[in-house]
Design a protein around this ligand. Structure first.
Ligand SMILES: [Zn+2]
Length: 371
């Protein structure tokens, strides 16, 4: 059998082999295609990766750039917030300043209001003062008329030789200005023999400026200081002269002894002092004066009444040249009260007025110098 079958069998095998070869080629071709495809596609992937990497790098750069920008921005933000804080502080301070300014404005406004009120009250005071001045002016005029009438009356009845020398000892005092006002009102000049009362320069000055005579009555008026020794006496005189010179620019050249030149009080201290003092005054170029009419305003420690003083002066002024003793001290209010009527009474008796510095003033001295 084998032989019988061998030929056909041999043909069949050949066909199968051919088919197998064909199939193998097909598979090989397919395999190669797949391989080529894989290679190509791998290559293209690599390129893509490369491009992606580049993109990533680009993005990384961008990120770095943005991060830097962010940092810069952050620092800008923090500097701005610092500025903002400072501005806030300034604003707060301004607010405080504004408030304190407002307070000041309010207080100034109330001060202005107060000042306006004061101004108004001063205005009305001024108005009333003007009226007072007007009244005083009228009073002054009627007083002047009265003096003129009295003067005429006296000149028609008596000779024009009677002169009264009003003298005021022991000043200055709280009454000095009032005395000066009265003398000014009557246009009468007088003589003052003050002591030194300190811090009253204006009063001494007024006496000089208003034409009165200013003499020396010792610095303290203390009897033991004035009458114990000659040196003490001279010091009492020169110290007061210096003080009055400092206050007024004028040095007194007339003198009145405390207690008068015929006082007995010096005997308690030094019975020989008076003549020594008199010659010391002469050496100093000074003249001393007593009085011939005592107003009696120092007669009692309680003080004399106004009427007593007035009647004493008018009754005792009988001589042509009357040197009248009065006092300018804090306890002599009644002397001041009597002064206007004393002046009017003396005018009525025919007196005019002078000071002890006038030429022809009488040298009234109770104790004369020993020759
Ligand atoms: Zn005296």
């Amino acid at each position: 059998m084998e032989n019988s079958n061998s030929r056909p069998q041999k043909g069949k095998t050949k066909k199968k082999l051919r088919l197998f070869r064909a199939l193998t080629v097909v598979f090989a071709l397919l395999f190669v295609g797949a391989l080529v495809y894989a290679i190509v596609s791998a290559n293209s992937n690599a390129k893509e990766i490369e491009s992606l990497k580049r993109q990533i790098d680009g993005l990384r750069d961008t990120l770095t750039e943005k991060t830097n920008e962010n940092i810069a921005f952050q620092s800008t933000v923090s500097s701005l917030s610092k500025q903002n804080e400072e501005l806030n502080n300034k604003y707060e301070k301004l607010n405080e300043d504004t408030q304190s300014f407002q307070t000041t404005v309010t207080s100034l406004e109330s001060q202005i209001e107060q000042l306006e009120e004061e101004r108004n009250s001063l205005s009305s005071e001024l108005e009333s003062t003007k009226k007072t001045v007007e009244t005083l002016r009228n009073t002054n005029k009627s007083l002047t008329d009265r003096i003129n009438a009295l003067t005429n009356q006296s000149s028609s009845s008596t000779e024009q030789t009677k002169i009264a020398y009003l003298t005021f000892d022991d000043g200055v005092s709280k009454y000095t200005d009032e005395i000066l006002d009265i003398l000014k009102r009557y246009n009468v000049k007088a003589t003052f023999f003050p002591n030194w009362k300190g811090n009253s320069n204006e009063k001494y000055k007024r006496m000089i400026e208003e034409g009165h005579a200013v003499g020396n009555h010792t610095y303290t008026h203390e009897y033991d200081s004035v009458y114990t020794s000659l040196d003490g006496f001279i010091s009492e005189v020169t110290k007061l002269n210096d003080k009055i010179y400092q206050a007024t620019g004028y040095t007194p050249v007339i003198f009145r002894f405390p207690g008068g030149s015929n006082n007995t009080v010096h005997r308690n201290y030094n019975k020989d002092i008076m003549q020594q003092a008199i010659s010391a005054l002469s050496d100093l170029g000074m003249q001393y004066y007593d009085w011939n009419v005592n107003s009696g305003d120092a007669d009692s420690s309680k003080g004399a009444s106004k009427d007593t003083i007035l009647s004493n002066v008018l009754a005792r002024s009988t001589m042509d040249k009357a040197v009248i003793l009065m006092h300018d001290t804090n306890t002599k209010g009644t002397t001041v009260a009597a002064l206007p009527e004393i002046i009017e009474g003396l005018i009525a008796k025919g007196y005019t007025f002078g000071t002890l510095l006038d030429p022809g003033a009488p040298l009234v001295q109770s104790l004369k110098p020993e020759s």
